[in-house]
Design a protein around this ligand. Structure first.
Ligand code: TXA
Ligand code: MG
Length: 339
């Protein structure tokens, strides 16, 4: 199948294909999504096969209006209404008990559904024109870093999807926060993301982190969190915070014949010897949102470069830094023993 490349003014055409049961990639404020009509089982199956995604990993439903939510959940608790009024449209997915006409495979067999309203004019226009909620995971091959540009999507899925709307680079750069409100008394973050724990707590009071996020031996409540994720093909290693120790590791790897790919802030780059390395900037160390928006592009870019190993800088796990570290740790889980 030839993948059609649309510009944002051609959103009507893309919506027509969605109505016909095809899959279309589109920009959101977090990462590119791969959308299909959430009420059409065959269409949703096409998402799983294009991505090579395990069928027990549920998809997020994307809506363009609050009234759409009522069709798919048994009840909207006050806490969910508060989150919607503060953070929608925006990078917060709310998990509630499901009902109604959703395709079976959207929720991977669960009794709950994750819903969000993306904060992107193209995404909102597309959902509205399609006239149905869109099931949409990140538009990458399963296991790869999520796409933050149309080029990333095409690298992974060209020829496997009907089309893509190119809306330029996404803003946040990491996926939405997944917040479980099925028990509204204990709001629980299943996946850290674009809206931070600190921001959610200001609105809801106590907010919890799924046990899995603190302790690897606990089973994750969010099925997607148990899979290999966000990983380029080359091994990813998290550098020590201390620049002398970091330099030592870079030197050691060079002596072993490696070409280190440095994914570090401008400040750290100035302290490291960049001779015989490949460098990708995460921006200003004092602005973790810059690192968040560049992480996936950096992982993909260094994967394609002459680097043989990727060395990434850690950030404080506060605010968006928490999501950044969650993704980086997942990408680095499969470090090769040869390091
Ligand atoms: O920012 C985002 O959320 C992007 C854009 C495209 O909206 N989408 C995204 O989708 O990241 P995906 O499929 O790559 O990740 C969805 C995550 C997975 O970890 C999945 O397991 C979890 O949300 N999830 C979805 N429905 C759930 C549910 N009912 N219960 C628990 N976790 C759920
Ligand atoms: Mg994903």
């Amino acid at each position: 199948m030839e993948t059609i490349n649309w510009n944002p003014a051609q959103v009507d055409e893309a919506a027509d294909w969605l109505k016909k049961g095809e899959v279309v990639a589109f920009p959101t404020e977090t990462v590119y999504g791969l959308g299909a009509d959430a009420t059409n089982e065959e269409a949703v199956q096409k998402i799983y096969s294009a991505k090579g995604r395990p069928s027990d990993n549920p998809l997020i439903i994307h809506v363009s209006s609050l009234s759409q939510v009522n069709e798919f959940v048994t009840h909207i608790p006050e806490e969910a209404k508060l989150i919607m009024s503060h953070f929608w449209p925006g990078p917060c997915t709310i998990v509630l008990n499901k009902k109604g006409p959703l395709a079976q495979s959207v929720t991977g067999g669960l009794g709950t559904v994750g819903i969000r309203m993306p904060d992107h004019p193209v995404a909102l226009a597309l959902i509205e024109k399609a006239g149905v909620p869109l099931a949409a995971p990140s538009a990458n091959s399963s296991g790869k870093p999520s796409p933050t540009t149309a080029a990333h999507v095409l690298d992974d899925l060209n020829g496997r999807i009907r089309g893509i709307i190119d809306g330029g680079a996404t803003g946040v750069g990491l996926e939405s926060t997944v917040l479980d409100l099925t028990d509204p008394e204990t709001p629980t973050i299943l996946r850290p993301g674009g809206v931070s724990l600190e921001e959610l707590s200001e609105v809801l009071g106590d907010v919890y982190m799924d046990a899995h996020l603190q302790d690897d031996t606990q089973a994750p409540k969010s099925p997607g969190m148990k899979y290999r994720h966000y990983s380029p093909d080359k091994p990813v290693y998290i550098l020590p915070e201390d620049s002398v120790q970091a330099e030592h590791i870079v030197d050691q790897l060079k002596r072993k014949g490696h070409i280190p790919g440095l994914l570090v802030s401008e400040q750290s780059a100035a302290l490291l010897n960049q001779d015989k390395t490949v460098f990708f900037s995460l921006g200003d160390k004092n602005k973790p949102s810059e690192a968040a928006s560049r992480l996936y592009d950096g992982l993909r870019g260094l994967d394609e470069s002459s680097a043989t190993v990727i060395l990434a800088e850690p950030y404080k796990p506060l605010g968006i830094g928490s999501a950044y570290m969650n993704r980086l740790e997942k990408a680095a889980e499969w470090i090769s023993e040869s390091l």
